[in-house]
Design a protein around this ligand. Structure first.
Ligand code: HEM
Length: 372
């Protein structure tokens, strides 16, 4: 279903209607030719080369978290920290700086309003996902993502009037924030939970980061060398994929393989079910074993197409490279500065809401690492 190229399969009406006040007509809820056009304009801004240029700002965005945790430990040995909100702030800051050229901390009131809106909406069983946009970075000559996307929109024959390009930009700012902020933060929380539970993998990650980051410097080149970190992230996204499902509606009668899907019928792909299928992953499907990804996804399971934390096919996540880079930066910084274990306060309860999140948060006990 997800691999089908037909524009006759789209986001279901019942989902898009509810998300309309939050997402306007942006890429997440649009279908058909309107979606194809938006994708064409936005996609190039998330290509690997563009993301490489954002690693520096990802590191900058994570620094306040490191300083905060340092302060929490203070003169003591160990501090108990609930990581979720701190990771959400990092994620919001990264996306805000990268896309909108402004700092999360400056636009905090906008974020909290949008988060409240998302909290309300996540009480309804929907898909995954929250939004913002802010003022332009005053002094920077660099173009931020949104400026480039806006230029793409203005130069595009489909987005003709000034009003249409304004609408396009505002709606897609919300969409990118919605799609990227929460999901990446939650993925980072799950990674920390699993690393807290598996000190042997924490040690391996710490060792790798020390080896690949010369003088402790994390840059685009060092990220490409982080094999262990990548395996840990892949395994965390397998066990706790932030997007619980992808859904499609047949906008017209559609043929998929031997099946004829009548117009108006909705289909769902349940990602956690695929990711824990022992027929595909083996009898240890429910266990945390990052080494299964040592030779890539294709060797980790029988049917690699059933590993879809970022979806599959034409609507594959646009922010995949962005999210993976951010996760590597955040994890490698935290693991190189701190050692941590799960706090007795942690209650394991993955909640299947708009995204699969730890219902009671992730509490860890943090100490300064000897390397940090
Ligand atoms: C770990 C983090 C993330 C996960 C697990 C994730 C997951 C997904 C999934 C499963 C889809 C496909 C939805 C579908 O087929 O219906 C998707 C789409 C999308 N994602 Fe992500 N995502 C993440 C991070 C991001 C980030 C950081 C951004 C942007 C900066 C982003 C932007 C988008 C956009 C724009 C789409 C819609 C693509 C389209 O409909 O053409 N995502 N994401």
């Amino acid at each position: 279903m997800n691999q089908s190229l037909t524009l006759d399969l789209g986001k279901p009406g019942y989902v898009t209607k509810r998300l309309a006040p939050m997402l306007g007509n942006g890429i997440l809820r649009s279908n058909g030719i309107v979606w194809a056009q938006q994708r064409k304009i936005i996609a190039p801004e998330f290509f690997v080369d563009k993301v490489k240029g954002m690693v520096g700002l990802m590191v900058e965005s994570a620094e306040p978290l490191l300083r905060k945790w340092e302060r929490c430990i203070g003169g003591g040995v160990v501090a108990e920290i609930r990581v979720d909100e701190d990771l959400r702030s990092v994620s919001a800051d990264v996306i805000s700086r990268a896309c909108f050229g402004s700092s999360y901390f400056k636009g905090k009131h906008i974020f909290s309003k949008l988060r409240n809106l998302q909290k309300l909406m996540s009480k309804q069983p929907l898909l995954f996902g929250v939004p913002t946009f802010g003022a332009k970075r005053e002094s920077s000559k660099e173009k931020d993502l949104m400026q480039m996307i806006l230029e793409g929109a203005i130069n595009d024959r489909f987005v003709v009037s000034k009003d249409a390009s304004k609408r396009f930009i505002v709606d897609n700012c919300k969409n990118i924030y919605f799609a990227g902020h929460e999901s990446t933060a939650v993925a980072a929380s799950w990674c920390l939970m699993l690393l807290a539970l598996h000190p042997e993998w924490q040690a391996r990650v710490r060792e790798e980061v020390a080896q690949v980051c010369r003088e402790g410097l994390i840059d685009a080149e060092s990220l490409t060398k982080m094999k262990t970190v990548t395996m840990v992230i892949q395994e965390a996204l397998r066990l706790y994929p932030p997007a619980a499902f992808v859904s499609r509606e047949a906008l017209e009668e559609t043929q998929i393989g031997h099946f004829t899907i009548p117009k108006g019928v909705c289909t769902w792909t349940l990602i956690p079910t695929l990711h824990r299928d022992s027929n595909n992953w083996g009898c240890d499907a429910n266990e945390f074993r990052p080494e299964r990804f040592a030779h890539g996804v294709s060797s980790a399971c029988k049917v690699p197409h059933a590993y879809i934390p970022f979806g599959l096919g034409p609507r594959l996540c646009l922010g995949r490279n962005f999210a993976l880079a951010q996760l590597k930066v955040v994890l490698s910084l935290i693991v190189s500065k701190f050692t941590f274990s799960l706090s007795p306060k942690y209650i394991h309860s993955p909640a299947y809401r708009m995204i699969v999140e730890p219902e009671h948060g992730v509490h860890i006990l943090v100490q300064r690492s000897e390397l940090g």
